[in-house]
Design a protein around this ligand. Structure first.
Ligand code: ADP
Ligand code: MG
Length: 286
């Protein structure tokens, strides 16, 4: 028989910038009990701006920014882009690293004229036995740590902005009986601050891309069918592993490939819209 309901759902979605990849995506969306979201680029805009630079040793603020920018020249991560852009704004000369390695969910390991350099989160520096000291992280700010030859040179505080519709979007999900969870590779302080402001039920911080899939599976075992929404940067495994994977905004190609639903918009309103459309779409038979 002709799957009319299926076509009406697809049509309603496309009007709102929501692309369902087939009837299975609509069917699976109906059953969603938990929406699991990435923080950066999904709940926040992902437009990071360098706020402050705090030297920890003899290097100046400018030198710290210069070292960090050299590490991040090739990075497509929003944090890396903001650091390079701050250095360019200050017209700093950015060295081309002799060696460079991007460690997913952690940061950059590079060789510069100063020596061996790290630029990333506490987890990265700790792994290389660098003492991060008493730098307290607080508020919705992400701290990037920079070390040179095994010693902390300083930190860069980078702020992101919560999307204006985020709080209402989470409230809508709650009114539909859906639990919300946020996963992030960012530190606990930044994660908790964002979750509290937006009203997210469960928060998980300091995660690696592989941990995200594990937590999604735990939430699914506890509460039933789980949808994951992310921009796809470092998120392809969890996107593919969810009952419904949704790629948001101008997601990476790999994310669009792995997703069941693609949001052409970066508005969080699309999440509850998609589930409402699925719920109002009749049984699909073909
Ligand atoms: P999220 O879960 O917030 O999308 P990611 O998995 O992309 O985060 O990255 C997790 C954390 O790893 C970031 O919050 C940051 O601390 C660190 N990180 C990742 N990539 C970089 C980079 N290129 N430069 C500096 N830090 C990075
Ligand atoms: Mg991400």
């Amino acid at each position: 028989s002709v799957p009319l309901a299926f076509f009406s759902g697809i049509g309603a979605g496309s009007k709102k910038g929501i692309l369902f990849k087939g009837g299975i995506a609509l069917e699976n969306l109906k059953a969603v009990k938990t929406v699991v979201m990435d923080k950066t680029g999904t709940i926040t805009k992902g437009n990071f701006v360098v706020q402050t630079i705090l030297p920890a040793g003899t290097a100046s603020e400018q030198e710290i920014l210069q070292i960090a920018a050299a590490c991040e020249t090739a990075s497509t991560h929003p944090i890396g882009i903001s650091i390079v852009s701050a250095a360019k704004d200050q017209k700093l000369v950015i060295e081309k690293p002799a060696e460079i390695e991007e460690i997913s969910g952690k940061g950059i390991h590079a060789r510069l004229s100063q020596g061996e350099v790290l630029c990333g989160n506490r987890k990265l520096l700790t792994e290389f036995n660098v003492d991060c000291g008493a730098y307290d992280e607080n508020g919705a700010v992400t701290t990037v740590y920079i070390s040179v030859n095994g010693k902390l040179a300083g930190t860069i505080q980078i702020a992101d902005t919560i999307k204006p519709e985020a709080k209402d979007a989470i409230r809508s999900l709650k009114s539909m009986g859906i639990r919300s969870a946020m996963l992030t590779g960012d530190g606990e302080a930044a994660a908790e601050a964002v979750a509290a402001e937006v009203g997210i039920d469960n928060v998980y911080a300091k995660l690696l891309p592989a941990d995200k899939l594990e937590i999604l599976q735990k939430l699914r075992a506890e509460n039933g069918s789980a949808m994951f929404v992310g921009d796809g940067i470092n998120d392809a495994p969890v996107l593919a592993g969810a009952d419904v994977g949704a790629a948001m905004g101008s997601g990476a190609d790999a994310a669009i490939e792995a997703a069941d639903v693609v949001f052409m918009t970066s508005s969080m309103d699309a999440i509850s819209e998609a589930i409402k459309i699925a719920r109002s779409t009749g049984a699909i038979s073909n």
